[in-house]
Design a protein around this ligand. Sequence first.
Ligand code: DON
Length: 321
Amino acid sequence: MSDTLNLQETLELTYEKYKNVHEGEVASYIPELTKANPDDFGIAVATVDGQVFSVGDWEREFTIQSVCKPFAFQLALEEFGRGETLARVGVEPSGDVFNSIELDPKTMRPFNPMVNAGAIAVASLIKKDSAAEGVRRFVEKMQLAAGRKLTIDGAVLASETTTGNRNRAIAYLMLNFGIVDDDVDQTLQQYFSQCSLLVNCRDLAVMAATLANMGTNPLTREPVFDFQYIKDVLAVMFTCGLYDHAGEWAYRVGIPAKSGVGGGLLAVVNRQLGIGVYSPRLDAKGNSVRGIMVCRELADRLGLHAFEFTNIGSSFVQSLL
Ligand code: DON
């Protein structure tokens, strides 16, 4: 009980410490995203035994954006297996910006499923014949992972569909190399729809805890993800989840994670817990400024880094379970 209180207290202390940080800018290249309140700030943690702790604007919904990418990769692996999926996308960090118009020069595949090119290649697989059906399967999976009904933000979807010419260029480049099929519009509809899913930071924490809990949602106890592919997803999140900040992140925080330009950040502490943060002011690399600060703080306070030798936090968290 006292440890439970401690985890809530840790979140509250962390929230207080960073609530007055105003660095960074809300994303504007998708015009609809500028409507976010830059000061919104929420943190949630869900443990694999089904406890949820939250603070701040944890109920505020925002579009998941790139945080959809690890889940779409998981879905593609489950539906098409490693062979077919990895024929279209690699697992190497690109060390480059998330929307870089480049493919691996040796294989002509996108570098990994966390950058836009890789996520568009994965979306092309998931959509099969029609994006409507592909989106339905994706949303269904995400609802199971969050443990509640989720919807797509039609205004953000329309905004990105109208302005997303850089992603369109990436998709056509991949059509040229046979990575995606010729139904580029359906592929982009699949990808933009995935990115426009509305979630709150509690949803992200529960989704992350579902990955941490070997694929079973710890709140609903429903099986969601095929366990055999979770290690694929966590490995790619660990090495590529924060794009050109991924090395620094692995070094300093040491937890598989994924950021999105909507301001969300999700992190998975394997077999222990999931973290979700929402704060829409982004740094120059498109990652939530306070999201990074919060994860760093929690990793330090709870000893969550994958290679933490003292591991005080691990035993602290284990004592909750
Ligand atoms: O494709 C895009 O540009 C957006 N829908 C998602 C990018 C994103 O979230 C990058 N993450 N930090």
